[in-house]
Design a binder for this molecule. Structure first.
Ligand SMILES: [Zn+2]
Length: 561
């Protein structure tokens, strides 16, 4: 078949099994026809197959990699940032208040001021207060989730509308932060947020659809060809389906339906019904076809616990207080382990992938136990369960990832010394458990499969800063900082493999993830040769083109400029 597209004069990093680094010269070109790779080889042979309508792009020495799959992210939130109060770039309390005031002034018609992106280390103890918010917005309710989405800063009007007073008990799996006398300070943790969120008018479907499309544009510009949406309720599920069915979904997307919305989905069989309906539409469109053929919904997500900084992460032994002494608290398991096991067994039996949020060492163990329970009852099957975040792993549990074939779904960007880690996390963990954090190297040495997810919008979706942290354990912004647990570093190949092959495996994209003849033409063109001796640090890499199923879905002017 005459190729439609030829990329030549580059360096092809196929990431094929057993191939480390660049395929030995002269592998410089790749040919694409339809949605597949038809040849990989040297320029002269591949350019000889060019036809009159073939587009040939001279890579001028740049690297081509498989397209990236983000195994855990929240694209609708990313898209909604454009219409909400975005605090992502506010780094001090004053910055936050100025951004909120500007947003409120610019949107006098909004009944609610809703936003996210503030950082816990900006406020003493990670807890902002309602008074400064009241001083800017007194008449309208304000609800602002923090960067990790596990807590929210609210003003007095929001507390009043929700009826939250000194007498309101903490809800199950949540905490209302209070002064000594019980008065709410204006910070709600975990399920306490629900007391307010249930009052916020939901976004209509058209807004959600636009948010998904905006997010897709942004993710494609970063070399991302597909993702697993880690938190899909009924409304975003409907929006994704509408976007897919009208052919606008160019990415390959897996929806992880939210287990907390079990009732809204109509019980366990409701999850199956959504999965099967999406699959039937995909079959009708042609698997892999633009739009409907690229959406699946065969995963269910569990929040096993919260996060460490608010001491809602589930730990095997107690958190420490300011003097380094054990408190009574070991965090929150959002479900009884027996219940988590039961639901996991039932879903696995129905062929649904299990996707867990687990931060603390007890949460990781409970997720592994649930996977083990499903395996014991249902037998081993190709379920590809995965555990995201894996912040603290008890050393005894490291080998269980391989034994249970549970994928370690890592968010490498978090594995650094930064203010939240140094000022909030390390003091409450103490020295030993501090060294059990983000043990990516140990996981690979224990034979685990690894995937990468950004957890965008909690942190950037750009794969290259994440890869640099996985390799160096410092942020690209602070390259001279002390590396965080350097023995847990990965090699560049290991990191690239997790972000491509590993994440594609989680999403069951068995024809993608590495480049080979006959496989899907999902790939990214980088802005330079990342293996050159004078290459800039990997985190500075930019993508100049992204191809999904043989189609350019992103093209920077620099590609041929
Ligand atoms: Zn997440």
């Amino acid at each position: 078949m005459t190729p439609r597209l030829i990329l030549h004069g580059g360096r092809i990093r196929t990431m094929a099994p057993g191939v480390d680094g660049t395929v030995p010269a002269p592998t410089t070109a790749i040919a694409i026809a339809g949605d597949r790779i038809t040849a990989i080889g040297e320029d002269r042979a591949i350019l000889a197959t060019r036809g009159p309508r073939t587009r040939a792009i001279d890579l001028r020495g740049r690297t081509v990699t498989p397209g990236f799959t983000d195994a855990h992210c929240h694209p609708p939130s990313g898209g909604l940032r454009r219409i909400q109060c975005d605090l992502d770039r506010a780094f001090t309390a004053e910055d936050n208040l100025a951004a909120i005031a500007a947003y409120a002034a610019a949107h006098p018609d909004r009944e609610w001021i809703v936003g996210d992106g503030w950082s816990m280390e900006t406020f003493p103890g990670g807890i902002p207060r309602r008074e400064p918010l009241d001083a800017i917005v007194a008449d309208r309710p304000v609800f602002l989730t923090n960067r990790d989405g596990h807590g929210a800063w609210v003003n007095s009007r929001a507390l009043e509308l929700a009826g939250i007073t000194a007498d309101t008990p903490d809800p199950l799996n949540g905490r209302i932060e209070r002064d000594e006398d019980g008065t709410p300070v204006g910070m709600l943790q975990e399920q306490a947020m629900e007391l307010v969120t249930r009052l916020i008018p939901p976004y209509d479907q058209a807004t959600l659809e636009q948010a998904i499309l905006d997010a897709q544009t942004e993710l494609h510009s970063l070399g991302i060809v597909g993702w697993q949406d880690a938190m899909v309720g009924p409304a975003p599920a409907a929006a994704y389906r509408a976007v897919a069915e009208r052919g606008a979904l160019t990415a390959r997307v897996v929806l992880a339906l939210l287990s907390d919305d079990l009732d809204e989905f109509g019980g366990l069989d409701g999850f199956v019904a959504v999965r099967d309906a999406v699959a039937a539409t995909a079959r009708a469109a042609g698997p892999g076809a633009l739009g409907a053929g690229r959406l699946t919904a065969g995963s269910v997500k569990f929040f096993v616990d919260g996060v460490l900084e608010s001491r809602t992460g589930a730990m095997l032994t107690p958190y420490l207080d300011a003097d380094g002494r054990p408190t009574g608290g070991t965090g929150i398991s959002n479900r009884e382990p027996a219940e988590l096991n039961r639901l996991s067994i039932e879903l696995d039996a129905r062929g649904i992938q299990l996707h867990y949020h687990a931060i603390g060492d007890r949460a990781v163990r409970e997720a592994l136990d649930a996977i083990e329970a499903a395996r014991r009852v249902n037998g081993p099957r190709d379920g590809r369960p995965h555990i995201a975040h894996i912040q603290v792993i008890h050393p005894d549990d490291l080998p269980r990832f391989r034994e249970l074939d549970a994928v370690a779904n890592a968010q490498p960007l978090w594995a650094v010394h930064e203010p939240q880690m140094d000022e909030l996390t390390i003091p409450i963990l103490g020295p030993e458990r501090t060294t059990w954090q983000y043990p990516f190297g140990s996981l690979l040495r224990a034979g685990a499969r690894m995937a990468f997810g950004s957890d965008w919008t909690v942190s950037t979706a750009d794969p290259f800063p994440q890869i640099e942290v996985a390799v160096r354990r410092v942020w690209p912004e602070h390259r001279d900082a002390e590396p965080f647990l350097p023995s847990e570093r990965l090699t560049l190949d290991e990191a690239l493999r997790a972000a491509t092959v590993g994440s594609a495996y989680v999403n069951r994209q068995d024809d993608a993830g590495w480049l080979g003849v006959g496989r899907l033409a999902d790939l990214a063109v980088l802005d330079h040769d990342i293996d050159a001796p004078d290459a800039p640090p990997i985190g500075d890499t930019k993508v100049v083109a992204t191809i999904v199923g043989g189609e350019l879905v992103y093209e920077a002017p620099a590609l041929e400029g």
